[in-house]
Design a protein around this ligand. Structure first.
Ligand SMILES: C[S@@+](CC[C@H](N)C(=O)[O-])C[C@H]1O[C@@H](n2cnc3c(N)ncnc32)[C@H](O)[C@@H]1O
Length: 156
């Protein structure tokens, strides 16, 4: 498995203390996402989405512990039942507000991410897929194999 850093997240937050814990609690918390040159072609058609998912590497996270007390709790919980950034693979996931795109820079709001965080991926936030109010359920839409590698050859 290989991960590529596709950009850098620039935010007003230099340390965890005082940084919002989720986009929903982060207003305005404006910042910029700088996408590196080899990847900018992939930004075509992204403008106009209200939000984007950012997947990022929490590069300043402590080593993972499998029991943690989440920010809005007083009781230890299993790590995977929380959104704590210190994880075996410290991947963060935030649906931030997309203000505009100028060249290779996304102007975003509602950040809960530290300045200088390496960016792993960007995906559009699509309410049809990403929000689950009871009234928004639709028929099943299934994937095909267009993004999947060839199956591995079974070991002999
Ligand atoms: C609770 S996490 C949630 C992140 C994301 N929304 C998620 O659910 O995966 C948000 C906190 O992670 C911390 N954080 C953000 N960027 C980080 C980074 N690059 N390294 C370590 N900690 C980070 C900040 O303290 C921030 O308040």
């Amino acid at each position: 498995m290989e991960l590529l850093t596709i950009g850098t997240i620039h935010s007003p937050f230099r340390e965890s203390v005082g940084t919002p814990v989720q986009p929903s609690s982060a207003q305005p918390a404006e910042g910029k996402i700088e996408v590196f040159a080899p990847f900018t072609e992939g930004l075509r058609d992204l403008a106009g989405f209200e939000r984007v998912w950012l997947l990022f590497w929490c590069h300043r996270a402590r080593p993972a512990r499998l029991s943690v007390v989440p920010y809005r709790d007083t009781v230890e919980r299993g790590l995977f039942a929380t959104r704590a950034p210190a994880r075996p693979n410290p991947i963060g996931l935030s649906a931030v507000r997309l203000r505009s795109i100028v060249g290779n820079v996304l102007h975003v709001g509602e950040l809960d991410i530290l300045d200088g965080t390496p960016l792993l991926d960007i995906k559009p936030y699509i309410p049809l897929y990403d929000s689950f109010p009871a009234a928004a359920r639709t028929a099943v839409i299934s994937a095909d194999d267009r993004f999947e590698q060839e199956p591995l050859t079974p070991a002999e």
